[in-house]
Design a protein around this ligand. Structure first.
Ligand code: T3D
Length: 273
């Protein structure tokens, strides 16, 4: 039987790429092979200047149910008698961590188009994206808590207090309870709710807005300051980075041409750059 690829990548136009988690029978649960393929794709995308915005979504009815629990205790690619449990589990944790940091460090803004449940590491993946939009039935939880692990995993303890504030983040991490789409919208976890047949259309429309309205350099520079701000740099440090980026942007033809267009009352788009 031909095995389907666990992740798919396609360009929807010259500048927008869609990554699809593709193990729908398990609600796109993550196994070692998926993690490796994701990391390899992120490495490739990190130097792909043509792809300016990415969308991350899931095939079928779920976004991602976190670690593949059916594989977790039997994945031969990780477990090795000689390595022993500590090193084998460390290898697995490192694979999750590499995906979490690889996703965040992508130079492209990433929109999570959350088409269903995002549990455990699946929730973490959405948190590492820049923007989250979701269907009305989407729900998110720290499923690690419910299966005897710590409530922070795959970078969730880094993002949740920053995105939701410490009180709600703590509640979700200690309880493992689901936060549903309506509450997620109210709490700022997601930017909008879209009907299932509108989800990808909305994600692509948002991605096109980024591509059309921001110069290629400006978009990457913005992602850079956004990431550094999440890391909690000081005001002075942020001002230095902003200044550096703007001095570089001021030298680009995109800056000169768009100001000229504005002065002439013309609409300028960066889509054909
Ligand atoms: O290993 C390490 O290094 C640790 C890393 C940990 C990171 C983590 O992510 S830990 C958290 C792991 N995930 C979970 O605990 C979630 C487990 N799944 C669920 O609680 C539920 O499935 C959901 C709430 C996500 C969805 O419920 P529902 O009712 O919509 O769907 P379902 O019927 O439970 O699942 C549909 C199918 O997907 C089903 O398969 P079947 O019976 O149709 O063949 C189910 O077994 C499968 N599935 C769901 N989650 C997983 C899974 N298969 C493997 N792994 C899963 N995590």
């Amino acid at each position: 039987m031909v095995q389907e690829a666990p992740i798919l990548f396609e360009k929807v136009d010259d500048h927008i790429g869609v990554i699809t988690l593709n193990r729908p029978n398990t609600l796109n649960a993550l196994c070692f092979d998926t993690l490796h393929q994701m990391k390899a794709l992120f490495d490739q995308l990190s130097t792909d200047l043509d792809t300016r915005v990415l969308i991350l979504t899931g095939a079928g009815k779920g976004f991602c149910a976190g670690a593949d629990l059916k594989d977790a205790l039997s994945d031969d690619s990780v477990w090795d008698e000689k390595r022993g449990p500590v090193q084998s589990d460390y290898l697995m944790q490192q694979a999750y961590a590499n995906v979490a940091s690889g996703l965040r460090k992508l130079p492209q803004p990433v929109i999570a188009a959350v088409n269903g449940v995002a549990a455990g590491a699946g929730f973490s993946l959405t948190l590492a994206c820049d923007v989250r939009i979701a269907v009305p039935t989407a729900k998110f939880n720290c499923a690690f808590t419910s299966i005897g692990l710590g409530g922070g995993d795959v970078s969730s303890s880094y993002y949740l207090p920053k995105i939701l504030g410490p009180s709600l983040a703590a509640e979700l991490m200690y309880s493992g309870r689901f936060i549903e789409a309506e509450e997620s919208l109210h709490q700022g976890l997601i930017s909008r709710i879209c009907e299932p047949n509108e989800l990808m259309h909305s994600a692509v429309a948002m991605a096109k807005q980024f591509v059309n309205n921001t110069s290629p350099f400006g978009l990457r520079a913005t992602k850079e300051v956004f990431n550094l701000s999440l890391e909690g740099l000081s005001l002075d440090q942020m001002l230095h980075i902003e200044n550096r980026n703007q001095v570089l942007a001021l030298q680009t033809s995109d800056f000169k041409n768009s100001v000229e267009s504005w002065l002439n009352g013309e609409k300028f788009t960066y889509a054909d750059k």
